[in-house]
Design a protein around this ligand. Structure first.
Ligand code: SF4
Ligand code: SF4
Length: 223
């Protein structure tokens, strides 16, 4: 049985899929040293609202410190990019040996050789859900989406995640505008931006608590 459901961590929503803990999807395969990491080959980009949420608690500030201390993290004007591990020599070996699987919907095959700095093999993400990015909290791979597609609730789940991502974009745009007016950037004035974010009121989004999507054996049989 596969279950997809909404989880709220300190009012921060995410979609949880029970299949992820034993990921069998193509894009979850790893040809690098970090095995069993699902699709956590992603290098997360923490936006201003993600950072603002972290500034509100001591535990969030510890998470932020962990992110900026990660060796390949880059701080840009209005976001932080936490880059992780990439096994370039293994990637080249697979390319030269023509050993990569053929996937019609994939353009970037480096995903099989990458790993997020915050994932632990077989354990998953070590950041609390409330401090993960939108992509981390809402991504569902093609295999899972295709299985769930014809369930009556899945369209509602998809529409709500799009609505929420637009709200996040809007909030980020407002924060970016606020800091550009003040001529402050994360890159040049990191601590000042953090202090401002601590003081600014945090906007909230009331994410609906949908019923879970249950894909059990009867679902696979199509009955
Ligand atoms: S979303 Fe898909 S690829 Fe990612 S961990 Fe879950 S099952 Fe694996
Ligand atoms: S931050 Fe967590 S959920 Fe996001 S890619 Fe990294 S390990 Fe995965």
């Amino acid at each position: 049985m596969i279950k997809i459901y909404v989880d709220l961590d300190h009012n921060i929503p995410r979609y949880v899929c029970t299949s992820c803990s034993s990921c069998d999807s193509l894009i979850g395969k790893s040809f690098c040293k970090v095995k069993n990491r699902g699709c956590c080959w992603y290098f997360p980009k923490f936006t201003l609202i993600d950072i603002q949420r972290m500034t509100k608690t001591p535990e969030g500030l510890q998470t932020l410190n962990r992110i900026i201390s990660s060796p390949h993290t880059q701080i840009y004007n209005y976001f932080i990019h936490a880059k992780g591990f990439f096994d370039e020599s293994e990637y080249k070996k697979y390319i030269d040996g023509n050993m990569l699987p053929e996937v019609d919907y994939l353009e970037d095959y480096t995903i099989f050789f990458r790993s997020c700095p915050f994932v632990e093999s077989g354990k998953g993400c070590t950041l609390p859900p409330r401090h993960r990015t939108f992509v981390c909290n809402f991504f569902l791979c093609k295999e899972i989406s295709e299985i769930a597609e014809s369930h009556k609730l899945f369209q509602i789940y998809k529409e709500e995640s799009i609505r929420y991502s637009r709200w996040i974009d809007w909030e980020n745009e407002n924060l970016r505008h606020f800091f550009s007016q003040k001529k402050l950037t994360l890159q040049s004035n990191f601590q000042e931006v953090i202090e401002e974010l601590k003081e600014l009121e945090l906007s909230q989004y009331e994410f609906p608590c949908f019923e879970p999507i249950i894909l059990d054996e009867s679902w696979y049989r199509g009955s």
